[in-house]
Unconditional design. Structure first.
Length: 115
């Protein structure tokens, strides 16, 4: 299966939902998702004060590309803050996080498997 085909549509038509981990300050707007593999294109939002420490360091079996649209967050493992205009391209297995933000952050993410 693959992600669905969409022509342009207003992203505001897609509601934010609480991400796995159940922290109401960490939400996602899924723009397209492959239901079989779980890979997705999404907008991720951390509200001010959000902290993903309970989810620990993350590693995925897929590629993940992240562009920070607004705000900033700190990778607590690296002790480094990343802000709007920055980009990451993570191969499968690359550890990242947990994250904390004081001001809030919004990212655009694309997740996919390499064939």
């Amino acid at each position: 299966m693959a992600k669905p085909e969409y022509e342009f549509f207003p992203v505001s038509d897609v509601d934010f939902t609480v991400c796995p981990g159940d922290d109401p300050k960490i939400t996602e707007r899924i723009l397209a998702k492959d239901a079989e593999s779980g890979v997705a294109t999404r907008i991720l939002r951390y509200e001010p004060g959000a902290d993903s420490t309970p989810m620990g360091v993350q590693k995925h079996d897929f590629w993940e590309e992240v562009y920070i649209l607004e705000g900033s967050f700190t990778d607590l493992t690296l002790g480094e803050t990343f802000s709007a205009g920055m980009f990451a391209c993570r191969p499968p297995g690359m550890p990242h996080g947990p994250w904390r933000t004081d001001e809030g952050v919004v990212t655009f993410e694309v997740r996919y498997y390499d064939k």
